[in-house]
Structures are given as structure tokens and as C-alpha cells.
Ligand binder design. Sequence first.
Ligand code: GAR
Length: 195
Amino acid sequence: MKKIAILASGNGTNAEQMVHHFENHPKATVALILTNRQQAYVLERAKRLGVPAFYFNKEQWSEGHEVLALLRQYEIDFVVLAGFLAYVPQVVLSCYNHRMVNIHPSLLPKFGGKGMYGDHVHEAVIEAGEKESGITIHYTNEHYDEGTIICQERCPVMPDDTPESLATRVHQLEYKYYPMVVERLVCEALTTATR
Ligand code: GAR
């Protein structure tokens, strides 16, 4: 059984979708949720879903060794960022190179980088008069919203869209594709490992 950890900073709707997707899955499970915000609603969700969840403070995230120790303790094979708004420590990045992915609510490289998260992204997309938006799933590296792109999915931006209505459309893409892509990557890694 492959074990997945989710890193999230906020509401955690993607985290919840991911947990449900892997419930009763024969090959993988969400074994751990980590956050950098003590008040993050994802902690409530984790409690309800019965997934162990832990908060680490700013120093612990920038130093990284305690985070890595916990990932090792839970024998985590794959890390999924779902609305995680802090830097991933270098020690964790190195250890999970090509075994850690992020999702961003725009068609990167457009509307990515520092300060571009959640509704800020959708506001900027509307402001720029874009005709389409979407999601990008990519491997993580030491820069926000960079790293090799794994897949992008698109949706229209309507003339009367608000950041909220666009966010709802983009979230639907996230819920549909993120768990599927993670499943493919985790199970692919499984196949490679047993070759
Ligand atoms: C998601 O839309 C995700 O793409 C975005 O944060 C939201 C989290 O929502 N991530 C970023 O902006 C990363 N730069 P959620 O907490 O409800 O899953």
C-alpha cells in the first residue's frame, strides 16, 4: 500500500476530495495531512475524516527536519500540495524529488508565483480579460508554482464571471482531475518499483 501525505494551508476541499478518492483504494491511501496554519479548516476536515493531521510552525517549516522525520515515521511515499502556501523545506524537496506535486488554479506560467493563490488568481485572470483559465498540476521545486508541468485542464472565463464564480468552475476541474492524476503517478511509481 502506497502512502500519500497532503500539505494544505486553508479550507482543504481538495484534500477532502483526495481522501475520499483513495478510500478503499487497493493500492494507495492518504495517511497524513500537514499544515502551516493552526486555524486551517483542513484540520477540522482531517479530524472528521479520521486522517492523522499535524501543524508545524514557521521555524519548523523553514528548517524542515521535523517535517521530514514525520513523513518518514508515517512511511510516506508521495506528497500532494493542495492549497499549501508556504515554502516546502529543501530537505523535504530533495527527499521527495519527483514524488511531490502541486496544483495551481490557473494555466501556468500565467498568473503564478508569489501572492498568486486562491481568489487572487481568479481576480487577476478576470482583470486581464482572459477568455480561458484552468488548472495546472506540476512537480514541485524550490520556487512557487514552478516545476515540470504534468497536465493542464481548461475552462472558459465568462463575460459576467466574478472571482467566486470562476473559482467554482476551476474547483470543479481540480476535484475531477487532481485525484486521478495523483492516482496515476502513485500507481506508476508502484509499477516502476516492482519492475
Ligand atoms: C486551490 O484552488 C488550489 O489550486 C490553490 O489553492 C486552492 C485551495 O483550495 N492553490 C494555489 O493557489 C497554489 N498557488 P482548497 O483549500 O479548498 O483545496
